[in-house]
Design a protein around this ligand. Sequence first.
Ligand SMILES: [Zn+2]
Length: 224
Amino acid sequence: MNSAEYLKNILEAKTGLKISIELTDNRKQILKITPDKPDRKIIEINRILVDAPDEVIEAVTDFVSGRNRKSSRTRIIRYVRKTLSEKTQDRKINLHTSGNVYNLNDIFEKLNKKYFNGSLTCRITFGRNYCNPRKRSIVFGSFNPQKNIIRINRALDSVMVPEFFVEYIVFHEMLHARLYFSGISAVSMKHSKNFRAKEKNYPFLETAKKWKKENLKFFIRTAK
Ligand SMILES: [Zn+2]
């Protein structure tokens, strides 16, 4: 991740000016240049631009130094629009991590550290109670790779459900996330041999499967 200091250093090197940077959240004026002294400029810049990829940083330095003003301006605006709209889409997913009984963030962090070297970046939330009484099936968890999000059926947030079972469902979905992003996506969404082998890393796997078999009927009966 870049910092304002990093950007300041690049700008000073490219323009030969003294630069002072102020980060803003201003969406209307994403970049404002105010001459201070003859060899000094104050740059007010939306913080989104500080973390931008190199090509956008290059456009910023071009713009500040007055080179290719038109094309660099276009590149900056295109990037900011895209990033702001992605952030807005992100916000539309409301995460419900803290239930009445279980906190999904705590479970996720614990399992991520213990079994995935802290490498997983997905988000997690309680979601709808997906259940089909006619098919006598219920979806306890799912992983959406496009949104990089794990959804856990809200029915599991109950004192009747043991912690090892909630953990098992979360672990199972985390494994889908892990395998999906490991470059073998063609088989990763299914329960491949590799998946089943890795699933055995969870020490309460058999206990959890047994519990599921004995208790599935309660979930299907109570689901609305
Ligand atoms: Zn699965």
